[in-house]
Design a protein around this ligand. Structure first.
Ligand code: SF4
Ligand code: SF4
Length: 336
Protein backbone atom coordinates (compact mmCIF):
# COMPACT_ATOMS: atom_id res chain seq x y z
CA UNK A 1 0.00 0.00 0.00
CA UNK A 2 1.24 3.49 -0.82
CA UNK A 3 1.87 6.09 1.83
CA UNK A 4 0.32 9.52 1.27
CA UNK A 5 3.05 12.00 0.38
CA UNK A 6 3.97 14.86 2.66
CA UNK A 7 2.69 18.27 1.65
CA UNK A 8 4.65 21.47 1.51
CA UNK A 9 2.54 22.89 4.32
CA UNK A 10 3.62 20.05 6.58
CA UNK A 11 7.32 20.32 5.81
CA UNK A 12 8.22 24.00 5.45
CA UNK A 13 8.95 25.58 8.79
CA UNK A 14 8.07 29.12 7.74
CA UNK A 15 4.24 29.48 7.84
CA UNK A 16 4.38 32.10 5.08
CA UNK A 17 3.87 32.46 2.21
CA UNK A 18 0.22 31.71 1.94
CA UNK A 19 -1.22 31.20 -1.55
CA UNK A 20 -4.67 32.61 -0.78
CA UNK A 21 -3.07 35.68 0.80
CA UNK A 22 -0.97 36.19 -2.34
CA UNK A 23 -4.15 36.00 -4.44
CA UNK A 24 -5.89 38.51 -2.17
CA UNK A 25 -2.98 40.93 -2.31
CA UNK A 26 -3.13 40.79 -6.11
CA UNK A 27 -6.91 41.31 -6.07
CA UNK A 28 -7.42 37.83 -7.57
CA UNK A 29 -8.82 35.89 -4.65
CA UNK A 30 -10.57 33.81 -3.64
CA UNK A 31 -10.04 31.26 -6.39
CA UNK A 32 -13.38 30.03 -7.73
CA UNK A 33 -14.31 27.53 -10.42
CA UNK A 34 -16.30 28.44 -13.50
CA UNK A 35 -18.36 25.99 -15.53
CA UNK A 36 -16.34 22.81 -16.09
CA UNK A 37 -15.41 22.40 -19.75
CA UNK A 38 -12.71 19.76 -19.51
CA UNK A 39 -13.17 16.40 -17.83
CA UNK A 40 -9.80 14.99 -16.91
CA UNK A 41 -9.89 11.30 -16.08
CA UNK A 42 -6.98 9.63 -14.36
CA UNK A 43 -7.22 5.94 -15.20
CA UNK A 44 -4.69 4.96 -12.56
CA UNK A 45 -1.06 4.78 -11.57
CA UNK A 46 0.11 1.96 -13.80
CA UNK A 47 2.97 3.11 -16.03
CA UNK A 48 5.79 1.46 -17.96
CA UNK A 49 8.20 4.11 -16.59
CA UNK A 50 9.29 5.58 -13.24
CA UNK A 51 10.39 9.15 -13.98
CA UNK A 52 12.17 11.25 -11.41
CA UNK A 53 9.82 14.24 -11.75
CA UNK A 54 6.56 12.21 -11.80
CA UNK A 55 3.86 14.09 -9.90
CA UNK A 56 1.58 11.05 -10.05
CA UNK A 57 3.96 8.61 -8.39
CA UNK A 58 3.25 6.14 -11.17
CA UNK A 59 5.13 3.00 -12.14
CA UNK A 60 4.95 -0.64 -13.15
CA UNK A 61 3.65 -1.53 -9.66
CA UNK A 62 0.50 0.61 -10.09
CA UNK A 63 -1.87 -2.31 -10.80
CA UNK A 64 -3.61 -1.88 -7.45
CA UNK A 65 -4.72 1.68 -8.28
CA UNK A 66 -6.67 1.40 -11.54
CA UNK A 67 -10.12 2.74 -12.39
CA UNK A 68 -12.88 0.11 -12.34
CA UNK A 69 -15.15 -0.56 -15.33
CA UNK A 70 -18.08 0.89 -13.34
CA UNK A 71 -16.21 4.14 -12.70
CA UNK A 72 -15.29 4.38 -16.39
CA UNK A 73 -19.03 4.16 -17.16
CA UNK A 74 -19.69 6.84 -14.53
CA UNK A 75 -17.15 9.11 -16.27
CA UNK A 76 -19.02 8.72 -19.56
CA UNK A 77 -22.33 9.44 -17.85
CA UNK A 78 -20.79 12.59 -16.33
CA UNK A 79 -19.56 13.59 -19.78
CA UNK A 80 -23.21 13.37 -20.92
CA UNK A 81 -24.54 15.36 -17.94
CA UNK A 82 -22.08 18.24 -18.18
CA UNK A 83 -21.01 20.92 -20.65
CA UNK A 84 -17.62 19.31 -21.29
CA UNK A 85 -16.11 19.86 -24.73
CA UNK A 86 -13.02 17.81 -23.95
CA UNK A 87 -12.15 14.49 -22.33
CA UNK A 88 -8.55 14.53 -21.15
CA UNK A 89 -7.31 11.00 -20.40
CA UNK A 90 -4.28 10.63 -18.18
CA UNK A 91 -2.52 8.22 -15.82
CA UNK A 92 0.11 6.66 -15.31
CA UNK A 93 0.21 5.51 -18.87
CA UNK A 94 -3.53 5.54 -19.67
CA UNK A 95 -2.98 3.32 -22.73
CA UNK A 96 -2.21 0.41 -20.38
CA UNK A 97 -5.68 0.49 -18.83
CA UNK A 98 -7.96 -2.27 -20.19
CA UNK A 99 -10.83 0.22 -20.79
CA UNK A 100 -8.69 2.93 -22.45
CA UNK A 101 -9.80 2.26 -26.02
CA UNK A 102 -13.43 1.88 -24.95
CA UNK A 103 -13.41 5.20 -23.07
CA UNK A 104 -11.74 7.06 -25.93
CA UNK A 105 -14.07 5.55 -28.56
CA UNK A 106 -17.16 6.41 -26.54
CA UNK A 107 -16.07 10.01 -25.96
CA UNK A 108 -15.15 10.48 -29.62
CA UNK A 109 -18.51 9.03 -30.67
CA UNK A 110 -20.15 11.68 -28.47
CA UNK A 111 -18.33 14.36 -30.46
CA UNK A 112 -15.95 15.34 -27.67
CA UNK A 113 -12.39 16.39 -28.28
CA UNK A 114 -10.21 13.67 -26.73
CA UNK A 115 -6.69 14.11 -25.39
CA UNK A 116 -4.37 11.18 -24.72
CA UNK A 117 -1.56 12.14 -22.34
CA UNK A 118 1.07 9.83 -23.65
CA UNK A 119 4.59 9.15 -22.41
CA UNK A 120 5.66 8.08 -25.96
CA UNK A 121 7.67 5.02 -24.94
CA UNK A 122 4.45 3.13 -24.23
CA UNK A 123 3.73 3.20 -27.98
CA UNK A 124 6.68 0.86 -28.55
CA UNK A 125 5.23 -1.92 -26.41
CA UNK A 126 3.99 -4.81 -28.58
CA UNK A 127 0.45 -4.49 -27.20
CA UNK A 128 0.30 -0.82 -28.28
CA UNK A 129 1.71 -1.12 -31.79
CA UNK A 130 -1.66 -0.36 -33.47
CA UNK A 131 -2.38 2.64 -31.26
CA UNK A 132 -0.90 5.46 -33.38
CA UNK A 133 -3.08 4.64 -36.41
CA UNK A 134 -6.10 4.02 -34.18
CA UNK A 135 -5.68 7.37 -32.35
CA UNK A 136 -5.30 9.11 -35.70
CA UNK A 137 -8.47 7.50 -37.05
CA UNK A 138 -10.47 8.97 -34.13
CA UNK A 139 -8.87 12.43 -34.29
CA UNK A 140 -7.43 12.10 -30.78
CA UNK A 141 -4.94 14.79 -29.77
CA UNK A 142 -1.73 13.26 -28.45
CA UNK A 143 -0.10 15.31 -25.70
CA UNK A 144 3.28 13.68 -25.41
CA UNK A 145 5.67 14.32 -22.57
CA UNK A 146 9.25 14.88 -23.60
CA UNK A 147 11.33 16.74 -21.01
CA UNK A 148 13.87 18.10 -23.50
CA UNK A 149 15.06 17.93 -27.10
CA UNK A 150 18.55 17.10 -25.83
CA UNK A 151 18.99 13.37 -25.18
CA UNK A 152 20.93 13.76 -21.93
CA UNK A 153 18.33 16.05 -20.33
CA UNK A 154 15.49 13.69 -21.14
CA UNK A 155 17.38 10.57 -20.09
CA UNK A 156 18.39 12.20 -16.79
CA UNK A 157 14.72 12.50 -15.84
CA UNK A 158 13.24 9.43 -17.45
CA UNK A 159 16.03 6.89 -17.58
CA UNK A 160 18.79 5.88 -19.97
CA UNK A 161 17.62 5.34 -23.57
CA UNK A 162 14.29 7.14 -23.10
CA UNK A 163 15.08 9.89 -25.58
CA UNK A 164 15.93 7.42 -28.35
CA UNK A 165 12.72 5.48 -27.75
CA UNK A 166 10.69 8.70 -27.60
CA UNK A 167 12.03 9.77 -31.00
CA UNK A 168 11.11 6.35 -32.39
CA UNK A 169 7.56 6.80 -31.07
CA UNK A 170 7.33 10.33 -32.48
CA UNK A 171 8.29 8.96 -35.88
CA UNK A 172 5.44 6.42 -35.62
CA UNK A 173 3.04 9.28 -34.87
CA UNK A 174 4.42 11.40 -37.74
CA UNK A 175 3.95 8.43 -40.08
CA UNK A 176 0.19 8.39 -39.43
CA UNK A 177 -0.22 12.14 -39.91
CA UNK A 178 0.50 13.60 -36.48
CA UNK A 179 2.54 16.80 -36.39
CA UNK A 180 1.64 17.98 -39.90
CA UNK A 181 -0.73 20.82 -38.95
CA UNK A 182 -3.89 18.72 -39.34
CA UNK A 183 -6.20 19.69 -36.44
CA UNK A 184 -7.47 16.09 -36.30
CA UNK A 185 -3.94 14.78 -35.84
CA UNK A 186 -2.61 17.27 -33.36
CA UNK A 187 0.69 16.35 -31.74
CA UNK A 188 1.51 18.47 -28.72
CA UNK A 189 4.81 18.11 -26.88
CA UNK A 190 4.98 18.85 -23.20
CA UNK A 191 8.25 19.82 -21.61
CA UNK A 192 9.32 20.47 -18.04
CA UNK A 193 12.62 21.69 -16.57
CA UNK A 194 15.22 19.11 -15.63
CA UNK A 195 15.86 20.60 -12.18
CA UNK A 196 14.77 23.09 -9.52
CA UNK A 197 14.13 25.99 -11.88
CA UNK A 198 11.20 27.39 -13.84
CA UNK A 199 10.18 26.54 -17.39
CA UNK A 200 11.25 29.05 -20.05
CA UNK A 201 9.14 31.18 -22.38
CA UNK A 202 6.93 28.79 -24.31
CA UNK A 203 6.86 30.48 -27.70
CA UNK A 204 10.60 31.07 -27.89
CA UNK A 205 11.29 27.50 -26.80
CA UNK A 206 8.88 26.13 -29.36
CA UNK A 207 10.97 27.61 -32.19
CA UNK A 208 14.13 26.16 -30.67
CA UNK A 209 12.57 22.71 -30.21
CA UNK A 210 11.09 22.68 -33.71
CA UNK A 211 14.41 23.52 -35.31
CA UNK A 212 16.32 20.93 -33.31
CA UNK A 213 13.91 18.00 -33.59
CA UNK A 214 13.38 18.53 -37.31
CA UNK A 215 17.06 19.01 -38.13
CA UNK A 216 18.55 16.35 -35.87
CA UNK A 217 15.82 13.71 -35.99
CA UNK A 218 13.40 14.56 -38.80
CA UNK A 219 10.56 14.75 -36.27
CA UNK A 220 7.64 17.21 -36.52
CA UNK A 221 5.14 18.38 -33.91
CA UNK A 222 2.34 20.95 -33.80
CA UNK A 223 2.92 22.85 -30.59
CA UNK A 224 5.01 22.86 -27.43
CA UNK A 225 3.68 23.35 -23.91
CA UNK A 226 6.03 24.23 -21.07
CA UNK A 227 5.23 23.27 -17.49
CA UNK A 228 6.78 24.11 -14.15
CA UNK A 229 7.58 21.08 -12.03
CA UNK A 230 5.12 20.91 -9.16
CA UNK A 231 6.66 20.47 -5.70
CA UNK A 232 4.69 17.30 -5.03
CA UNK A 233 5.13 13.50 -5.12
CA UNK A 234 8.40 12.24 -6.64
CA UNK A 235 9.69 15.71 -7.55
CA UNK A 236 9.00 16.81 -3.99
CA UNK A 237 11.05 13.85 -2.72
CA UNK A 238 13.88 14.83 -5.05
CA UNK A 239 13.75 18.45 -3.84
CA UNK A 240 14.03 17.27 -0.24
CA UNK A 241 16.79 14.75 -0.96
CA UNK A 242 18.85 17.25 -2.98
CA UNK A 243 18.40 20.08 -0.46
CA UNK A 244 16.58 22.24 -3.01
CA UNK A 245 13.12 22.42 -1.44
CA UNK A 246 13.26 25.79 0.33
CA UNK A 247 15.05 27.52 -2.55
CA UNK A 248 12.64 26.10 -5.15
CA UNK A 249 9.57 27.18 -3.20
CA UNK A 250 11.08 30.64 -2.75
CA UNK A 251 11.64 30.76 -6.49
CA UNK A 252 8.02 29.88 -7.18
CA UNK A 253 6.73 32.42 -4.68
CA UNK A 254 8.98 35.21 -5.91
CA UNK A 255 7.84 34.55 -9.47
CA UNK A 256 4.12 34.78 -8.54
CA UNK A 257 2.39 36.29 -11.56
CA UNK A 258 -1.16 37.62 -11.03
CA UNK A 259 -1.74 37.50 -14.80
CA UNK A 260 -1.37 33.71 -14.68
CA UNK A 261 -4.38 33.28 -12.38
CA UNK A 262 -7.12 33.74 -14.96
CA UNK A 263 -5.93 30.78 -17.04
CA UNK A 264 -5.49 28.30 -14.17
CA UNK A 265 -6.81 24.95 -15.27
CA UNK A 266 -8.72 24.36 -12.02
CA UNK A 267 -11.17 27.08 -13.07
CA UNK A 268 -12.54 25.06 -15.98
CA UNK A 269 -11.42 21.46 -15.36
CA UNK A 270 -12.84 18.66 -13.23
CA UNK A 271 -10.37 15.94 -12.33
CA UNK A 272 -11.56 12.40 -11.62
CA UNK A 273 -9.35 10.11 -9.55
CA UNK A 274 -9.03 6.41 -10.35
CA UNK A 275 -11.47 5.61 -7.51
CA UNK A 276 -14.13 8.10 -8.70
CA UNK A 277 -13.35 10.92 -6.26
CA UNK A 278 -13.47 14.41 -7.77
CA UNK A 279 -10.72 17.00 -7.45
CA UNK A 280 -10.11 20.55 -8.62
CA UNK A 281 -7.01 19.37 -10.48
CA UNK A 282 -4.64 16.47 -10.98
CA UNK A 283 -2.12 17.99 -8.55
CA UNK A 284 -4.65 18.18 -5.73
CA UNK A 285 -5.55 14.61 -6.58
CA UNK A 286 -1.99 13.50 -5.90
CA UNK A 287 -2.03 15.35 -2.59
CA UNK A 288 -5.37 13.78 -1.64
CA UNK A 289 -7.09 17.17 -1.44
CA UNK A 290 -10.58 16.46 -2.87
CA UNK A 291 -12.76 19.29 -4.15
CA UNK A 292 -15.31 20.78 -1.78
CA UNK A 293 -18.84 21.64 -2.81
CA UNK A 294 -20.50 24.85 -1.56
CA UNK A 295 -21.70 23.03 1.58
CA UNK A 296 -18.21 21.67 2.27
CA UNK A 297 -18.88 18.10 1.16
CA UNK A 298 -16.82 16.05 -1.30
CA UNK A 299 -18.17 14.75 -4.63
CA UNK A 300 -18.13 11.47 -6.56
CA UNK A 301 -18.17 11.03 -10.32
CA UNK A 302 -21.27 8.81 -10.22
CA UNK A 303 -23.53 11.29 -8.48
CA UNK A 304 -22.20 14.81 -8.97
CA UNK A 305 -24.15 17.56 -10.70
CA UNK A 306 -21.38 19.35 -12.64
CA UNK A 307 -23.39 22.56 -13.02
CA UNK A 308 -23.83 22.82 -9.24
CA UNK A 309 -20.02 22.78 -8.87
CA UNK A 310 -19.71 26.05 -10.75
CA UNK A 311 -18.72 28.87 -8.40
CA UNK A 312 -17.26 26.58 -5.73
CA UNK A 313 -14.16 27.72 -3.93
CA UNK A 314 -11.13 25.83 -5.21
CA UNK A 315 -9.04 23.97 -2.64
CA UNK A 316 -5.61 25.62 -2.59
CA UNK A 317 -2.34 25.20 -0.73
CA UNK A 318 1.28 26.24 -1.19
CA UNK A 319 1.94 23.89 -4.10
CA UNK A 320 -0.40 26.19 -6.11
CA UNK A 321 2.50 28.65 -6.42
CA UNK A 322 3.81 26.18 -9.01
CA UNK A 323 0.91 27.11 -11.28
CA UNK A 324 1.26 30.90 -10.96
CA UNK A 325 5.03 31.22 -11.26
CA UNK A 326 6.50 32.98 -14.28
CA UNK A 327 4.31 32.49 -17.35
CA UNK A 328 2.05 30.18 -15.34
CA UNK A 329 1.75 26.44 -15.72
CA UNK A 330 -1.05 23.99 -16.34
CA UNK A 331 -1.91 20.86 -18.30
CA UNK A 332 -2.46 23.30 -21.18
CA UNK A 333 0.99 24.86 -20.75
CA UNK A 334 1.59 28.54 -19.90
CA UNK A 335 -1.45 30.37 -18.55
CA UNK A 336 -0.48 33.94 -19.41
S1 SF4 B 1 5.95 11.07 -15.48
FE1 SF4 B 1 4.49 10.04 -16.84
S2 SF4 B 1 5.74 8.50 -17.86
FE2 SF4 B 1 6.89 9.12 -16.08
S3 SF4 B 1 6.31 7.68 -14.44
FE3 SF4 B 1 4.95 9.45 -14.28
S4 SF4 B 1 3.14 8.90 -15.46
FE4 SF4 B 1 4.79 7.50 -16.09
S1 SF4 C 1 -2.43 23.23 -8.06
FE1 SF4 C 1 -2.80 24.70 -9.70
S2 SF4 C 1 -4.52 23.89 -10.84
FE2 SF4 C 1 -4.47 22.87 -8.84
S3 SF4 C 1 -5.81 24.05 -7.48
FE3 SF4 C 1 -3.74 24.85 -7.24
S4 SF4 C 1 -3.63 26.56 -8.71
FE4 SF4 C 1 -5.37 25.32 -9.30
Amino acid sequence: MRVARARLDEVLVDPSPDFDAALDRAGRGPLRAGLAEVLQVNLGRLCNMTCRHCHVDAGPDGHDQMMSAETVEACLALLDRGAFHTLDVTGGAPELHPRFTYLVEQAAARGRHVIDRCNLTVLLLPRCRDLPAWLASLGVEVVASLPHYRPRNTDAQRGEGTFKRSIEALRLLNAVGYGSGDPRRRLTLMSNPAGAFLGGAQYALEREWRASLEKEHGVRFDRLLVLNNMPIARFFDWLVASGNLEAYVRRLVTAFNPAAVQGLMCKTTLSVGWDGTLYDCDFNQMLELPLRTADGAGARVATVDPVALSGRRIVTARHCFGCTAGCGSSCGGATS
